[in-house]
Design a protein around this ligand. Structure first.
Ligand SMILES: [Fe+2]
Ligand SMILES: [Fe+2]
Length: 317
């Protein structure tokens, strides 16, 4: 019965169950993200083509302006304690700024892609990331997270104050520098493979979807922020579709040349330790923090298992 008492094994079992629950939601498994396919544990997954991913984007539209945040405003100010609001702000801030960063960085990645089909899909992703920024901006302003912050730029500026050092390293050093290089040399396919690994596999795959899952589940259990949960679920479905593109692209590139396989592995080795630091909240001085009812081990196990499934499909794990 050792498996039951081993926290690592317990966390993995809980993750596998969670992933199959997420896959049941409408339109999620359809994205073809291998993390939502059990067969990916054996390296097998049904991946959509670039054109199919585009067509799915057309079918999965949603609008931030249709969300009604009236109850969310009551919950935030009257049902959530000041201490809890402070903790929640860390997760929310990472997303708000993260969405803004990825919106602004995707253009040169799109332009450097060698196939028209790839560039067309990534153009839809730029629109999605812009919608995600608007979703957070609307939540912040309708719910009133920052009194006196009147526009998007001011809300972003105040939000940035909550982030930790690892966040800056990942987005402003690793991602921004690579995208700059790609903007100057769009024919550098190795840099493109590195950028997609960092953007789609690590930032969206390991970080964003992990945080999203735990934040959505916590709010659902607590019965708080209903419009936020509805919109954030739509964001999550978009992210699974984006990651599915990343896995398709990296699978194609890894099959084409061994130097691209090495580029993926190099990028992962460089960025994963920094991404781990983004998952850890700034007030956590030790390794055994608990956030929203989940331990550090469970949070990291979720991120690791999603990544492993995707890497197996690419042929790298
Ligand atoms: Fe996004
Ligand atoms: Fe995304």
């Amino acid at each position: 019965m050792e498996a039951k008492t081993d926290p690592q094994a317990a966390a993995e079992a809980r993750t596998a169950q969670t992933l199959s629950d997420i896959a049941q939601q409408e339109g999620f498994e359809e994205t073809s993200d291998p993390a939502l396919q059990e067969s990916a544990d054996r390296g097998k997954a049904k991946l959509l083509s670039y054109k199919e991913l585009y067509l799915l984007w057309e079918r999965q539209h949603w609008a931030t302006q249709e969300l009604d945040f009236t109850q969310d405003r009551i919950d935030w100010h009257e049902r959530i304690s000041p201490e809890e609001r402070f903790q929640r702000m860390y997760g929310l801030s990472g997303f708000f700024i993260g969405e803004q960063r990825v919106t602004d960085e995707l253009g040169p990645i799109m332009r450097a892609c060698p196939l028209e089909e790839q560039r067309i899909f990534l153009s839809t992703q730029i629109a999605d990331e812009a919608r995600h920024v608007r979703f957070f901006d609307r939540f912040y302003s309708e719910v009133g997270l920052y009194e006196g912050a009147d526009d998007l730029a001011e809300r972003l500026r105040r939000t940035e104050e909550n982030l930790n050092e690892s966040f800056g390293q990942l987005f402003d050093d690793l991602l921004h520098n690579r995208v700059d290089r790609l903007a100057a040399e769009p024919e550098d396919i190795e840099a493109l493979v590195e950028a997609v690994t960092l953007y789609h596999m690590i930032i969206e795959g390991a970080l964003a979807l992990t945080g999203q899952h735990f934040i959505i589940e916590y709010n659902t259990e607590q019965n708080t922020l209903p419009a936020f949960v509805k919109g954030f679920n739509n964001v999550a479905r978009d992210e699974h579709r984006h990651i599915a593109f990343g896995v398709r692209f990296l699978t194609d590139m890894a099959a084409e040349d061994d130097k691209y396989r090495q580029a993926i592995q190099r990028m992962m080795a460089e960025a994963l330790p920094i991404a781990d630091g983004v998952l850890d909240p700034p007030w956590a001085e030790e390794d055994d923090w608990d956030l929203f009812g989940y331990s550090r081990a469970e949070t990291h196990a979720f991120a690791a298992q999603c990544l492993t499934r995707r890497l197996k499909v690419i042929g790298l794990a």
